[in-house]
Design a protein. Structure first.
Length: 392
């Protein structure tokens, strides 16, 4: 039996469908692999995978915690020299937070968010011959490597890892350019569950130029890197050309206040609205009410939310960054525009609205095979088994 410990940072609601689907799928896919989750929040009690919470306060007064602290304080001079630096309170917090990794008996550690795990913990795991796989995010490679010092720290951590997992071919190329060892890189697509795509919710809406108000949907975190400011500027220009438009933003984030102010500043209140967070189930019922979707990101890996909108047959306008071209075929199921020429978004929006819906639907159907949830899960479990048997 191969034991795998997943270390992750839960952003937003703890019971996100992708996360619960991932772990449920991993458990059911292979009985020879046992999974355990270590994260910063309590997950749903319905999850069949046992999970632990980083620095769980409920552990503070347990006898086992006291025994652990005595034991680790006596041995930390050998195993964790960095623990002896700083104030006693800080050292204590460090030991309590990372207890489950320090005492870990798993064969494979899958770190889903590299930035939350200290270098000293990775070094300790490596000294115990634990096999480590890291999943990289867009921010890891695109933003955090711009600063030379942070890039060196990033690569130093990856040196201690056996495999580096990415979710797009684009990231394979980018990671190699950034200095990640090519032989460590492995790509698996996240995959989508075909049974969640209900025919009654598929988008069949056709845009009739000159008659209809163009209905646009934008889904995702409200953050600067998603390029929402380009959308508002484009809609303002199109409005001045007397093109009727309605645009709804679904999501939350630190950029919301700016967006609402900018909407007011441009006088777009009657055209643009910020709806806030909707559950995946509610969103899927909304897709059929819009003509197109927009995602003019400044950087991306392979956005799951955008892929889902494609599979609901929404024509999508995307920027020419990241791995979006791995499921958006320009002129067929979407339009790609140059992010360095944001004014070209205007034409992209109008062109996207009149794409051939039959060709779009046929192409999107092929994406279910390319982004198979079942295959993605099986690939991950196979990687865990291969890493465990890997020498060194």
């Amino acid at each position: 039996m191969t034991k795998v410990l997943h270390v992750l940072l839960v952003l937003g609601h703890p019971n996100q469908p992708y996360m619960t689907d991932l772990f449920e799928g991993l458990v059911k896919s292979n009985e020879d692999v046992h999974h355990l989750v270590l994260c910063n929040k309590n997950l749903t009690t319905d999850l069949s995978v046992h999970h632990l919470v980083l620095g769980d306060k409920n552990d503070l007064f347990k006898i086992s915690t006291f025994i652990y602290l005595i034991k680790i304080m006596l041995t930390s001079a050998i195993e964790l020299p960095l623990v002896r630096q700083g104030r006693f309170k800080s050292r204590l917090k460090f030991l309590l937070k990372w207890r489950y990794l320090i005492e870990c008996d798993a064969h494979v550690i899958h770190i889903h968010h590299l930035h939350i795990v200290p270098l000293s913990i990775l070094q300790l795991l490596k000294s115990k011959n634990k096999k480590i796989i890291v999943s990289l995010r867009g921010k890891d490679l695109v933003i955090d490597t711009l600063d030379l010092r942070r890039k060196e720290q990033f690569l130093e951590k990856l040196e201690l890892c056996d495999k580096v997992h990415v979710n797009s071919d684009y990231f394979i190329q980018l990671a190699t350019l950034k200095g990640v060892e090519r032989t460590k890189l492995v790509r698996t697509y996240r995959g989508v569950k075909i049974d969640t795509y209900l025919k009654k919710d598929l988008n069949r809406l056709h845009f009739h130029k000159g008659k209809d108000t163009l209905k646009i949907i934008v889904v995702g975190r409200l953050e600067w890197e998603k390029g929402h400011v380009f959308i508002l500027d484009s809609l303002n220009r199109l409005r001045k050309k007397n093109i009727r438009i309605q645009c709804d933003f679904y999501g939350e984030g630190s950029f919301r206040e700016f967006l609402e102010f900018r909407i007011y500043q441009l006088g777009l209140e009657g055209i643009v609205s910020v709806k806030g967070h909707f559950s995946n189930e509610r969103l899927r019922q909304e897709y059929k009410n819009y003509h197109i979707a927009l995602q003019p990101s400044l950087y991306e890996s392979l956005p799951n939310g955008l892929l889902e909108m494609c599979l609901y047959n929404l024509p999508c306008v995307v920027s020419n960054v990241g791995g979006m071209s791995e499921f958006i075929l320009h002129g067929v199921n979407g339009i790609c525009f140059d992010i360095n020429e944001p004014i070209s978004l205007d034409t992209a929006i109008l062109d996207c609205a009149i794409l051939n819906k039959k060709e779009l639907m046929n192409y999107n159907q092929s994406l279910f095979d390319k982004f198979s949830f079942k295959e993605g899960i099986e690939d991950l479990n196979n990687i865990y088994l291969q890493i465990q048997n890997q020498e060194g």
